[in-house]
Design a protein around this ligand. Sequence first.
Ligand code: 9YT
Length: 135
Amino acid sequence: MIVRTLKEITGTDRDKKAANGNWVSRRFLLAKDGMGFSFHETTIFAGTETRIWYKNHLEAVYCVGGRGELERLDTGEIIPISDGTMYALNGHEPHLLRASEDMRLVCVFNPALVGTEDHNKDGVYATPEEETGRA
Ligand code: 9YT
């Protein structure tokens, strides 16, 4: 059994800050934990817009605090996000994620993240193999 607290993770290598300063991701479960998915709490900072395209991953996101919106780049649809909203990117949908208030999101990734992932200029996370090869 694995038990971890936010306090234990904060400030370790499981506490990943985006290079562009838009978000911080506390990565409770990673590929090396062997669960078949990774599990994170992400805060998206107020006033930011992040381009995301998880072409190598599926992601489910559940908002537990704050407010923002997602703009689908494939359809133009705008989806409001607040406490209690879940979205799942089951079609690798490219999108912009905007926070009007700091947004707290619980996120699950399949395949599991290795732990060092940050978005490239297209909003993509590398595959686990590519990311591991970088280290
Ligand atoms: C919702 C989303 O994808 N935010 C970017 C960070 C990501 N959730 C992560 O790496 O934890």
